[in-house]
Design a protein around this ligand. Structure first.
Ligand SMILES: O=C(O)c1cc(=O)[nH]c(=O)n1[C@@H]1O[C@H](COP(=O)(O)O)[C@@H](O)[C@H]1O
Length: 237
């Protein structure tokens, strides 16, 4: 069912707001805990979500040298989360170290290793910014493909990519390589800082395995209505 493919971003400042949102949306089975909430609450929020049998995407977007990445991935894997992020631009050695470390960390904690997924290029970056601010001399689709192939070759389980690139990655990467798409915007939602977006139905049609959706649901006047509208849209796919 397509509703199971929606991961809702729990981007709130503290534990109380997080619990209130989770309680308001009992139909959500997969939550993303990102930098804001994890920095504020630490692993406490993960325990709460697990006690409710929710799946968890721990989005800490690690970006560091191989030794530090390995230590962080070992620790994060011990939480027994389902997905974990690292930036592909950490490079080959760090990605390989991360892939090995999640196995070691999970084994030590007696839990299942998370699927390790790499950020290809943040969905808040436009083609113009890639060229003129970051000085990357590749076309955007080529750059994201290179990052995805790098992650795949280093043994990662998938990537985070914009829905605009998902079709190309679906055809170029292995069949079971996970494609997780933030930057998803229903036609009625504001784009905000997202630069490379598509609608939920377009993203699923293009081949996304999961959609990460935050503000269109969590900042809506009635989050449950926004959720229902997105689920209805996905029934048409
Ligand atoms: O790793 C992510 O989840 C992520 C990668 C990316 O390139 N772009 C991106 O928006 N995200 C996350 O996806 C969520 C999108 O939230 P909204 O823009 O509110 O729907 C945020 O929590 C971001 O941190």
């Amino acid at each position: 069912m397509n509703a199971d493919k929606i991961i809702v971003a729990l981007d709130v400042p503290d534990l109380e707001s997080a619990i209130a949102l989770v309680d308001k949306l009992p139909q959500v089975t997969f939550w993303k805990v990102g930098l804001e909430l994890f920095t504020s609450t630490g692993p406490k929020i993960l325990e709460i979500l697990k006690s409710q049998e929710k799946r968890i995407f721990l989005d800490l977007k690690f970006h560091d040298i191989p030794n530090t990445i390995a230590g962080a991935c070992r620790a994060a894997a011990g939480y027994g989360v389902d997905l974990l992020t690292i930036h592909a631009t950490c490079g080959k050695d760090a990605l390989k170290a991360a892939a090995e470390a999640v196995q070691i960390g999970a084994e030590k904690a007696g839990t299942k290793p998370p699927k390790l997924i790499a950020i290809t290029l943040l969905t808040s970056i436009s083609a113009r910014q890639l060229a003129f601010d970051l000085k990357i001399p590749l076309e955007l689709p080529e750059f994201t493909l290179e990052m995805a192939l790098l992650a795949q070759n280093c043994g990662l389980n998938g990537v985070v990519c914009s829905p605009q690139e998902v079709q190309q990655l679906r055809t170029s990467c292995e069949k079971d390589f996970l494609l997780v798409c933030p930057g998803v915007r229903p036609t009625w939602a504001e784009k905000g800082d997202q630069k490379r977006s598509l609608t939920p139905s377009q993203a699923i049609t293009a081949g996304a395995d999961y959609l990460v959706i935050g503000r269109p649901i969590t900042a809506a006047a009635v989050p449950e209505l926004a959720w229902n509208q997105i689920v209805e849209e996905l029934k048409t796919v």
